[in-house]
Write a new protein. Sequence first.
Length: 91
Amino acid sequence: MSRDERIRACLTASFAPVMLEIIDDSAKHAGHAARNGVAGGETHYRVTMVAAGMAGLSRLARQRAVNEALATEFATGLHALSLKLAAPEEV
């Protein structure tokens, strides 16, 4: 299973999003990741997610919740995650 598939499965299980977009931006950061000792590929992602679980949370709390849900991915080579998170009533 690829990292983006694992991210999708984890976020779907954790937040039941009504909209989830995951984009692998690793190719744009290949040199950066290599300089930091991170293997190339599947290291940098952009995630846009709309989920009811985001309601009432601050931007920081939303980001923390996603980062905690993806802790295993960060521990196994995920280097950077750009997040756009919203509750359904905000879109």
